[in-house]
Every structure is written in structure tokens, then in C-alpha cells.
Design a protein around this ligand. Structure first.
Ligand SMILES: [Zn+2]
Ligand SMILES: [Zn+2]
Length: 245
């Protein structure tokens, strides 16, 4: 699905719609169990899977998240494969080798798998920014994913400016080293918030948060701070990429 770009503080931000679909039966739950206490909402939950391309005034390119990846992705058991991120990039005139920086909000299979194909990095010229806590807690297929990326990893702790005007911020809970990206008054929120019901009540848990209490506390604090600055959020899984708080 095509979504329109916006420009924030001189940086063009383009949503890249990697896939659209419900979760597969392996992990799908009724919404009332996925988001306990959320009340009625459209069921089944149809997720978009968004990555974001940032192009600054000097033409430098940063990609936030790398999507689901191919038919053989670790996400193939539950997410719609293949993701079409590289087609989405091509549609805006960008080749994978043009990307200078990749931010991985976290090491879940629908956010990071597209960074590697056939055991090789897809974004061969890019630094890959991850929080220390995310690297240290990686396991299984997502730990394996880091092996071909090891020479391109740029590991940060907490807040860091990772390209001119682009910051990351550690937002733990969904995973230990989950991070969001900031440019101007825009926040690219990864899985800080999964579904619009959590905007109305950030305390609503998500069944697949690693640490539901920490996630709810982080979500409440960060959304309150973003609301106070009337920020816009760019979400991974809402049907509309951008939402002004
Ligand atoms: Zn979309
Ligand atoms: Zn996630």
C-alpha cells in the first residue's frame, strides 16, 4: 500500500509499507486477549508493517527498520511473507547500497529480518544501529541474524545522535533494548505502541511484550512526553503511518 511522505525539520520521511495482513494462526489471539482490557475493536487485527526512509537535506539516507524479509524469514511462521521493502525503496529511487544508516528499533523478526538475505547483509554500506541491551539479549534466529552484520554494527546505549539531526532513545519493555528514533517533532515508535487502543490507554498490556509492566510504564511516560510537545508519531503497525498526538 502506498503512503505519502512528510517533511520534518528538513528531513523527508517516507513510509515504506513492507506488508499488510493479520497475524498467522501460530500466534494470533483474539484482540481481547492480545490487548487485555481494551474493549471492543475490529477483529481480526490487520497489521501494516512499516519501515521509514529518512532523507536529509544533504541526501543522506537512513532506514528505520528492515521489515519481514523473504519467504525464508524467521517471521514466515506468523507474518505475511515476503516483505516488499526493497520494492518500496526502488519505487522511490533508492537502492539498498544507497542506505548509509539502518536503525533497528528491536530484534523482532518483523522488524529486523529484512537486514539479511542469503546470509549476507542487504544494506551493504550501512551502519546498523542497535541498543547494547538488545544485542546482549539477542537469542535464536535473531542472534544468528547479527553474525553477518557484525562488522556493520553500531551499538549505542541510551540516547545517541546517529546521523545529523536524527536521534535514538532507549525505550525498554517490549524488548530489553527497544529504541525509538527522533527527528524534529517526529517519533518513529517501532513497537512502543502496537495498536490505537494503547493511545487511549497506554497502560493496556500487549500479549507479546517481553516485560509487560516495564513496557506499560515506558509507553505511558514516552507518550506523555510526546503529547506535551504535540509530536507526531510514525508507527510500525497502524494502518495510517502518521498520527499527530
Ligand atoms: Zn502501510
Ligand atoms: Zn516487536
Amino acid at each position: 500500500m502506498k503512503h505519502s511522505p512528510i517533511t520534518v525539520s528538513g528531513v523527508e520521511v517516507t513510509p515504506l509499507c513492507d506488508a499488510v495482513g493479520p497475524m498467522g494462526p501460530a500466534i494470533r489471539l483474539p484482540l481481547a486477549e492480545m490487548f487485555p482490557g481494551s474493549g471492543p475493536a475490529d477483529d481480526p487485527w490487520v497489521l501494516h508493517f512499516h519501515c521509514y526512509l529518512l532523507r536529509d537535506g544533504a541526501g543522506r539516507l537512513t532506514l528505520v527498520d528492515t521489515g519481514i524479509g523473504g519467504e525464508d524469514s524467521p517471521a514466515a511462521g506468523w507474518a505475511p511473507v515476503p516483505g516488499v521493502l526493497t520494492d518500496e525503496l526502488a519505487a522511490v529511487g533508492v537502492a539498498p547500497a544507497d542506505i548509509g544508516t539502518v536503525v533497528l528499533t528491536h530484534l523482532h523478526s518483523d522488524h529486523a529480518s529484512g537486514a539479511v538475505t542469503g546470509g549476507r547483509p542487504v544494506f551493504e554500506n550501512a551502519r546498523h544501529v542497535l541498543q547494547r541491551a538488545e544485542v546482549d539479549s539477542a537469542s535464536g534466529a535473531m542472534s544468528d541474524l547479527l553474525t553477518p552484520l557484525k562488522d556493520q554494527l553500531h551499538v549505542v546505549e541510551g540516547q545517541a545522535e546517529i546521523a545529523p539531526g536524527i536521534h535514538v532513545q532507549h525505550t525498554p519493555g517490549h524488548t530489553p533494548g527497544h529504541q525509538i528514533a527522533r527527528v524534529g517533532d517526529l517519533a518513529i515508535t517501532g513497537d512502543l505502541v502496537l495498536h490505537p487502543v494503547q493511545l487511549a490507554d497506554p497502560g493496556i498490556h500487549y500479549a507479546y511484550d517481553d516485560d509487560q509492566e516495564t513496557a506499560a510504564r515506558t509507553r505511558t511516560e514516552v507518550l506523555a512526553a510526546l503529547r506535551a510537545e504535540r509530536a507526531t508519531i510514525a508507527t510500525a503497525h497502524f494502518s495510517e503511518p502518521f498520527m499527530r498526538l
